[in-house]
Ligand binder design. Structure first.
Ligand SMILES: [Zn+2]
Length: 86
């Protein structure tokens, strides 16, 4: 077994996952819907794996379907801002 290679692969997967280029859990490979911060650790749901100690990456703070959800939010915010400025 080549431990260095395993670690390297794991770190690479971690980087890809953090950037949300994949939504498959780095531990069990099941699709992840949401990350949760519990204490100092970050857990994947629904699978429940503990991923790492630290924080939830920016890419994972967005709603599950960034394409549809986010655009709608931006539009609504923009419109309400226009409305407020009057
Ligand atoms: Zn998992």
């Amino acid at each position: 077994m080549d431990n260095e290679q395993i670690i390297e692969e794991f770190l690479e997967n971690l980087a890809i996952f953090s950037a949300r280029e994949t939504e498959n859990c780095i531990i069990c490979q099941l699709p992840v819907k949401v990350l949760k911060q519990i204490g100092r650790c970050v857990y994947a749901y629904p699978c429940g794996c503990r991923l790492w100690q630290g924080k939830i990456p920016e890419a994972w703070k967005k709603p599950p379907s960034p394409m549809a959800g986010e655009r709608e939010d931006e539009k609504t915010m923009y419109q309400s801002r226009l409305f407020m400025e009057g």
